[in-house]
Ligand binder design. Structure first.
Ligand code: SF4
Ligand code: SF4
Length: 334
């Protein structure tokens, strides 16, 4: 079903949907950005289309909804434990095509990787995705090279125009909530990015493990982990036990985001630490994003969103790293 409707009527429909769903979209937080005079765009609950920010790239991705930065797995006392209550409402997430492709990667890791993660699957079962058309992308995007510019498996798609919203509604449960005039249109897609990459189809660790190019990152990368935290496809977590000060035998176990760039990620019993050099950590991440994941699941993990480039305080560009690697391996780039 393809229709168009005014923004005012669209907001009325959102209002009705709020009875059943929590609605998330990128939202502007003034002066909450990296510097005191910069803004932050991150996913949060919204009620109107005017609150949604799609003309700027969100600093953080919708993975915050699928896998919260910090999540309580269970509460414990001396004798028993209890898992947190599950949210009864469904979730409606407005996102761009590249970020919906990152959900596919999350599903591989958290649902299809031998085990199904109960916390993830409980949340995932209740989510519906609304694709928001994207025509041009942003300076650091390379979604076309990664094949994530074409949306797949969405419940509804919209183009936000000046005076109206165009809707393609595929989900039966959502159809009754939107009434408008029939209209023929296509959801906007990015046809070309400023950054074009020729990503190697297959990378073998023995061909790249000792390359000089990783040494550039030994000093340049300060191991802050920002690139991992903003990445929509970084899925690693660690666990922390929090003991309440009133009674040290009670508390909660949380899982929180972890970063393969940060000190301590590879610490093992006996004081062993793999990948001490920051450049080796860059190699590990690169192999994961454009090598190992593909060997296992058939497509690259990186979606080309470019958020890691935007966030890095040392101006390290992941797309440049891929270009350098392609050149060393005999591809055309650089
Ligand atoms: S471009 Fe960077 S942040 Fe985006 S998916 Fe790839 S590695 Fe992650
Ligand atoms: S954001 Fe930059 S400096 Fe920080 S860990 Fe990532 S590559 Fe290194």
């Amino acid at each position: 079903m393809k229709i168009s409707m005014s923004k005012m009527n669209f907001n009325e429909s959102l209002k009705k949907l709020e009875e059943k769903y929590k609605i998330y979209a990128p939202k502007l937080f003034p002066y909450a950005g990296r510097f005191s005079d910069t803004d932050l765009v991150r996913y949060a609950e919204v009620s109107t289309i005017e609150e949604m920010v799609f003309d700027k790239k969100s600093d953080f991705s919708p993975k915050e909804i699928l896998l919260p930065q910090s999540e309580t797995m269970f509460y414990f006392t001396e004798k028993e434990y209890k898992e947190p209550d599950v949210e009864e409402k469904g979730t409606l997430v407005f996102l761009k095509s590249c970020d919906l492709h990152s959900v596919k990667r999350f599903d591989e890791i958290y649902l299809k990787n031998k085990f199904s993660d109960i916390y993830y699957s409980q949340r995932r079962d209740k989510i519906k995705f609304v694709i928001v058309g994207c025509k041009t992308g942003f300076d650091s995007c390379f979604c076309v090279s990664m094949g994530t510019n074409i949306p797949e498996d969405y419940h509804m798609g919209i183009n936000i125009r000046e005076d109206e919203v165009e809707l393609e509604i595929l989900d039966e449960g959502l159809k009754a909530n939107f009434q408008g005039q029939d209209k023929e249109f296509e959801i906007d897609k990015v046809a070309m990015n400023k950054i074009e990459l020729n990503v190697p189809e297959e990378i073998n660790l023995e061909d790249v493990i000792n390359l000089d190019l990783w040494r550039e990152y030994d000093k340049r990368c300060v191991a802050c982990g920002k690139c991992n935290f903003v990445c929509p496809t970084c899925t690693c977590t660690t666990t922390q036990d929090i003991f309440y000060s009133e009674n040290e035998n009670t508390g909660e176990r949380r899982r929180v985001w972890a970063s393969c760039h940060v000190d301590g990620f590879t610490d093992m019993a006996g004081g062993h630490e793999f990948r001490k050099k920051h450049g080796d950590r860059m190699r590990f991440k690169t192999m994961h994003k454009i090598g190992d994941f593909k060997k296992r699941f058939g497509y690259h993990m990186c979606t080309g969103c470019g958020r890691c480039d935007d966030a890095c305080p040392e101006y390290i560009s992941f797309s440049n790293c891929i270009k350098k690697l392609t050149a060393v391996l005999g591809g055309e780039d650089e």
